[in-house]
Design a binder for this molecule. Structure first.
Ligand SMILES: Cc1cc2nc3c(=O)[nH]c(=O)nc-3n(C[C@H](O)[C@H](O)[C@H](O)COP(=O)(O)OP(=O)(O)OC[C@H]3O[C@@H](n4cnc5c(N)ncnc54)[C@H](O)[C@@H]3O)c2cc1C
Length: 388
């Protein structure tokens, strides 16, 4: 039987009213037509400041999937989760803005997050998204070794400077900093930059971490190369392992450009690749740390089993687990209860700016097979348990 079935543990931080609200929200999200319609209406009304929409979003999607409007206002959620041995990873959830002022502001925000996390066990990592620091098209041009104009050259220098500044601060304050992964067309450029930071700052331990998407082909070979490099140059490496969030977009792009599909051919192939990465980390713990960002119960159980068979303590300092706030509490709270290094990505930001993140969550819950059904089943069971 799955260890993640105890709904009393899973929902101990949620009131019955909150659970009922979550139930109706997942029920609505379950319907793809309704979700897509809702998203269009929401985007339009938020953009046009239609009265009451923001407060409705705040009491529904935002409350379910985000911590608060600021880092400080998310503190209650952070403290509450930490009482259950669950760390919070602030996710500055502003997406889709591509101007220099926003990039600078995001860089400042990440620095404040690093300062907040200093010596704070409730906040074990700080993260940022590459497109929070620079334009997707610019990364893509760098990756394709395209010709940059002189203004683009300066623009790229500013992107690199933002990476350098946050990595230097993370090193100085001894805070682990993790970089999210995005689209394949830009990922080589990000990897090269993050690898340079790892070689510079990870001489004593993994302070700078990258993310590897195991739905991509060739990622195990990529990891082997990184490991070889780290061994040769003597530094430590840390990775967040995810399956990957951009599958439809990746496939559409590859098809439109007549390129090879960068994604594994089937879900099973992605699962096998992900689980192979688990083995890879456990076999090289002298050099690698792994953060497993997944809602997949089988993969999570596999990590726990491998740790047990290798005689590793549950709270092994090189192995972390993470789920998104508002999803898969049954996994996170079980892990916390059993003193694994459990954590949640905790999005925050002004309601209006977080809407693209929230609609992505809604869409993902519609498209990731089984996720909504799983959430609904768990909530239903817990509500029934509380009634009796
Ligand atoms: C803490 C955390 C951090 C994250 N950070 C990132 C990040 O930085 N970058 C990023 O891209 N994503 C990130 N994600 C999202 C992640 O990549 C997945 O999209 C999401 O978690 C669903 O995958 P799963 O492992 O939870 O479980 P599952 O539900 O078992 O897997 C679903 C995933 O399998 C893959 N898949 C589905 N169908 C197929 C198919 N037909 N062929 C091939 N593969 C298929 C897709 O990747 C899909 O998302 C993060 C997730 C978490 C929990």
């Amino acid at each position: 039987m799955s260890p993640f079935n105890d709904t009393k543990i899973a929902f101990q931080d949620k009131s019955t009213t909150q659970l009922k609200k979550a139930y109706w929200m997942f029920k609505a999200i379950e319907n793809p037509t309704l979700t897509n319609l809702g998203i269009n209406v929401l985007n339009f009304t938020i953009k046009n400041d239609v009265p009451f929409v923001e407060s409705i979003v705040k009491k529904t999607l935002f409350e379910q999937f985000a911590g608060g409007e600021t880092r400080e206002r998310s503190a209650q959620v952070v403290n509450q989760m930490f009482t259950h041995h669950i760390g919070s990873i602030f996710d500055y959830a502003i997406e889709g803005k591509e101007d220099e002022a926003t990039f600078d502001q995001t860089c400042q925000e990440i620095k404040r997050n690093i300062e907040f996390a200093k010596g704070n066990p409730a906040v074990p990592f700080v993260v940022f998204k590459p497109t929070g620091f620079g334009r997707l098209e610019l990364y893509s041009t760098i990756q394709a070794k395209g010709q940059l104009t002189s203004s683009e050259t300066k623009e790229w220098e500013r992107v690199v400077k933002r990476y350098e500044e946050v990595c230097a601060l993370a090193f100085e304050l001894d805070v682990v900093l993790m970089v999210d992964a995005e689209e394949t067309q830009m990922q080589d450029a990000v990897d090269a930059l993050v690898n340079r930071m790892m070689a510079q700052y990870n001489k004593k331990r993994a302070i700078i971490w990258n993310t590897v998407q195991m739905y991509r082909t060739g990622r195990l070979e990529y990891l082997e190369n990184d490991l070889k490099l780290a061994q040769e140059l003597d530094y430590y490496i840390g990775y967040k392992f995810v399956r990957g969030a951009y599958m439809e977009k990746e496939r559409e792009r590859a098809e439109a450009l007549g390129l090879a599909d960068p994604i594994q051919p089937t879900k099973q192939a992605t699962d096998d690749n992900y689980n192979a990465a688990i083995g890879f980390v456990i076999a090289h713990l002298d050099r690698i740390s792994g953060y497993f960002g997944t809602h997949n119960e089988k993969s999570t159980e596999l990590i726990m089993d491998r740790m047990k068979s290798e005689g590793l303590e549950n709270g092994h300092p090189n192995i972390y687990f993470g789920q998104l706030y508002g999803m898969s509490d049954n996994i996170t709270y079980y892990l916390g209860e059993n003193k694994y290094n459990a954590s949640k990505y905790l999005p925050y930001g002004p309601v209006k700016d977080v809407v693209p993140y929230l609609t992505r969550r809604a869409q993902e819950n519609t498209s990731v097979a089984g996720q909504t059904g799983r959430e609904l089943g768990l909530i239903e069971r817990e509500l029934k348990r509380r009634r009796f």
